[in-house]
Design a protein around this ligand. Structure first.
Ligand SMILES: [Zn+2]
Ligand SMILES: [Zn+2]
Length: 358
C-alpha cells in the first residue's frame, strides 16, 4: 500500500499547507517515511497543481485523513483517493455523513446501504455464473430473488467496498467486464473508496511513521476532529473549524513545535458583513468558528508559547482581513509571559504556504 519514499529523506518532518479557508482546506504532513494529506477540500486537479507548486509529490502520499465532512474539507476526496489508490481515515460517523452527502437521494440507513452493496455483489456473481458456458441458459427468470436464493453456490459473500484494497479493487473492476453496463460498479458508486480506516477521537493511532492523536472539536458536523501529529520527536497540531477552545483541545495543543490554529473572522466585520443573520449566528456559535479575538485570548492566555511556528488558518475572505488577524495574534503573542521565538504565519486560501521543514 505504501509508496516508495525515494524523493524524501527518511528523517524528514515537513508541514505544507496547500489551502486554508472556507473555499477549501488541505495540508500535507510528512513524518519519517510517511506522508499524509489532511483534508481534501479542493478538486483533485487543483490539489495536484498546488502540490506541484509546493514541490510535494502526490504519488508518494500514503493516506488521507479527514477532519469532518463539510464541503471545504472533502471536495476532492473521492477522486484523489481513487487516483492515488490510498486509504482514507475517518471517524465512522464522519464517513457515514460523507456518504449521505454524496448519495442523499438514497434515503437509506447505513445498514441498508451495506445490505444493498452485498446484494449487488451477489447479483454480479449470479450474472457471472450465468455467463459461463457451463452455466444455465440465459433465462430472464434467473433475475428473480428466489432464483438467486436457490442457485447454489453463488460464491463467497463479498465485503462492502470500504474494505477493499486498491489491488482488490482493480481486480474487481477487471472482473466485471461488460456487465458493468447494466449494474452499477464500485467505481460508479460516488461513495466508493479504495480503502477506509476508522479512528475514534481520543484514541491515538499510527499511520506509518506518523503518530496521530485525533481530538474532538466543537463544530457543527457529525463527529469533527482536530489532529495532533508526532514524528521524529516533532509535535504538530491542526485545529481549525471550532466554535471555542475547550479543555480537551487545550490539552492537545501543549508542547508543540507547530500549531495551525483557526483565526476565522473579525467580530465587527462579521456583524456588519454580508452573511444572512442565521449564518452569522452559526459562525458565532459554540459550534461555529474561532474569531480573531478568541484566538488571541487563547494565545495570550492558556497557550504555552512553545511552538516554533504558529500558523493562523481558515481566515474568512468575507469577514476578515489578513492584517487584522496577524496584528491581533501578534499582540497576543507579545503579551504572553513564556514566549519563546514564535514565528507567526498566515495560511492562505489561494496559494500554498511555503513548506515548513524541521
Ligand atoms: Zn472548514
Ligand atoms: Zn467545518
Amino acid at each position: 500500500m505504501f509508496h516508495s519514499p525515494s524523493r524524501y529523506p527518511q528523517r524528514m518532518v515537513r508541514f505544507t499547507v496547500l489551502a486554508s479557508g472556507s473555499k477549501g482546506n488541505a495540508t500535507i504532513v510528512t513524518g519519517g517515511r510517511t506522508r499524509i494529506l489532511i483534508d481534501a477540500g479542493l478538486s483533485c486537479r487543483e490539489l495536484f497543481r498546488r502540490m506541484k507548486l509546493a514541490e510535494e509529490d502526490p504519488e508518494t502520499l500514503n493516506a488521507i485523513l479527514i477532519t469532518h465532512e463539510h464541503q471545504d474539507h472533502i471536495n476532492g476526496l473521492a477522486v484523489t483517493a481513487r487516483k492515488l489508490g490510498i486509504p482514507v481515515y475517518f471517524t465512522e460517523a464522519t464517513h457515514r455523513a460523507w456518504m449521505r452527502l454524496l448519495a442523499p437521494r438514497r434515503q437509506m440507513t447505513y445498514a441498508q446501504w451495506l445490505e444493498q452493496i452485498r446484494k449487488q455483489a451477489a447479483e454480479r456473481q449470479a450474472e457471472a455464473d450465468c455467463a459461463t458456458p457451463e452455466g444455465e441458459p440465459d433465462d430472464p427468470e434467473l433475475d428473480s430473488e428466489s432464483d438467486l436464493e436457490t442457485k447454489q453456490p453463488i460464491g463467497p459473500q463479498m465485503p462492502p467496498p470500504i474494505c477493499l484494497t486498491p489491488a482488490e479493487a482493480e481486480s474487481e473492476t477487471a472482473d466485471q467486464g461488460t456487465e458493468a453496463e447494466s449494474i452499477p460498479t464500485r467505481k460508479q458508486d460516488p461513495t466508493w473508496l479504495p480503502a477506509v480506516e476508522y479512528f475514534r477521537a481520543g484514541e491515538p493511532f499510527q499511520v506509518g511513521d506518523l503518530a496521530v492523536s485525533p481530538f474532538t472539536i466543537p463544530h457543527d458536523a457529525a463527529d469533527p476532529v482536530g489532529f495532533r501529529l508526532t514524528a521524529e520527536g516533532i509535535h504538530m497540531a491542526v485545529a481549525t473549524d471550532l466554535g471555542y477552545i475547550p479543555p480537551n483541545v487545550k490539552a492537545q495543543l501543549k508542547a508543540l513545535h507547530l500549531l495551525l490554529l483557526e483565526s476565522n473572522h473579525d467580530l465587527e466585520m462579521l456583524r456588519d458583513g454580508p452573511y444572512p443573520w442565521q449564518v452569522k449566528q452559526r459562525v458565532l456559535s459554540r459550534v461555529g468558528h474561532l474569531s480573531n479575538d478568541a484566538t488571541a485570548e487563547y494565545l495570550s492566555g492558556d497557550y504555552d508559547g512553545q511552538a516554533v511556528y504558529v500558523i493562523l488558518g481558515h481566515l474568512s475572505e468575507s469577514n476578515n482581513l489578513p492584517d487584522i488577524a496577524r496584528v491581533t495574534a501578534e499582540r497576543a503573542l507579545l503579551e504572553h509571559p513564556a514566549l519563546l521565538a514564535n514565528r507567526l504565519l498566515l495560511a492562505e486560501q489561494h496559494t500554498p504556504l511555503e513548506a515548513i521543514n524541521f
